[in-house]
Design a protein. Structure first.
Length: 234
C-alpha cells in the first residue's frame, strides 16, 4: 500500500471535492464513522462508558465530532474538549458537526490552556478512551503552547488513546516530533497511510495503525493503493 505525503493527500481530497463533487461533509462523516468503529473495537476490553474527545478547530476535530456522535449512539458518555473557541472554527463542516453534538446534549468544554483543562481532570481520568483529534496531517513545525502542555498532560495519564489520521504533533511527511506529540495506542488514518507514520519517531508514537476507506473515488488513488475492504489494519 503506497504511503503518501500531506501534499498528495491534500490534492486527492481537493479533486474528490472539486472534480467529483463529493462534499467535505461526506468525507468527514465517513472518516468519523470509521474512527468510531476502531474505537468500539478498542473499547471491548474496557468496562467504563466514558470517552473524552480532544478536538481541534480544523477538519481533524470535525472527524472526531462525527466519531463522538456515533459512539454516543452506541451508549457511550461523551465529553468534547474543544481546544479553542467555537467562533474560531472556519470550516462549515466542522461547525455543522459541532451543532449536531450540542443538539444531542454532548458536554462541550472550551479549553484555552492547560489550567482550564485541569478543572476537568477527574472526569478525564475516569475515561476509558481518549480520542485525539487535535491536529491533522497539515501540522508543520513545533507544537506551541498551550497545545504542548495539553498533549504532555494527556500522555501523562497513560490512558488508551485513538489518534485520528495521525498522532497530534507528529509530522505527516518526516515522522519527526519536534517538541511533543500524542503517544497513541492506535491510529486510524484515512484513505491512505501517511509517510510519517513509518519514519523516524512515527512508529513509536502511532501504535497499531489502521487505514480506513472513506469513499474517495478509486480513480484518484495510485494503482498499488487500491483496497477492497473498508478498514485495513497492519
Amino acid at each position: 500500500m503506497k504511503r503518501i505525503s500531506r501534499e498528495e493527500m491534500a490534492e486527492i481530497d481537493r479533486r474528490a471535492i472539486e472534480e467529483y463533487g463529493i462534499p467535505s461533509l461526506i468525507l468527514m462523516e465517513n472518516a468519523g464513522r470509521c474512527a468510531a468503529e476502531v474505537a468500539l473495537e478498542m473499547l471491548k476490553k474496557q468496562r467504563g462508558k466514558r470517552i473524552s474527545l480532544f478536538s481541534g478547530k480544523g477538519n481533524n476535530g470535525g472527524d472526531g465530532m462525527v466519531a463522538a456522535r456515533h459512539l454516543m449512539n452506541k451508549g457511550y458518555d461523551i465529553t468534547c474538549y474543544l481546544l479553542g473557541k467555537r467562533e474560531e472554527i472556519v470550516s462549515e463542516a466542522v461547525k455543522k458537526n459541532l451543532q449536531i453534538l450540542e443538539k444531542m446534549k454532548v458536554a462541550m468544554r472550551e479549553i484555552s490552556n492547560l489550567d482550564s483543562l485541569l478543572k476537568f481532570r477527574r472526569e478525564i481520568e475516569n475515561s476509558s478512551l481518549l480520542l485525539d483529534a487535535i491536529f491533522g496531517i497539515g501540522l508543520k513545525g513545533e507544537v506551541k503552547s498551550p497545545y504542548k502542555e495539553i498533549i504532555e498532560f494527556l500522555n501523562s495519564l497513560k490512558k488508551p488513546v485513538l489518534s485520528l489520521d495521525i498522532p497530534s504533533g507528529l509530522d505527516a511527511d518526516t515522522g519527526i516530533v519536534s517538541e511533543t506529540a500524542i503517544v497513541a495506542t492506535r491510529t486510524v488514518t484515512f484513505a491512505l497511510p501517511k509517510k510519517g507514520l513509518f519514519l523516524n519517531d512515527g512508529p513509536k508514537f502511532s501504535g497499531k495503525i489502521t487505514v480506513a476507506e472513506i469513499s474517495i473515488p478509486k480513480q484518484l488513488f495510485p494503482h498499488k493503493s487500491l483496497k477492497t475492504t473498508s478498514i485495513f489494519t497492519f
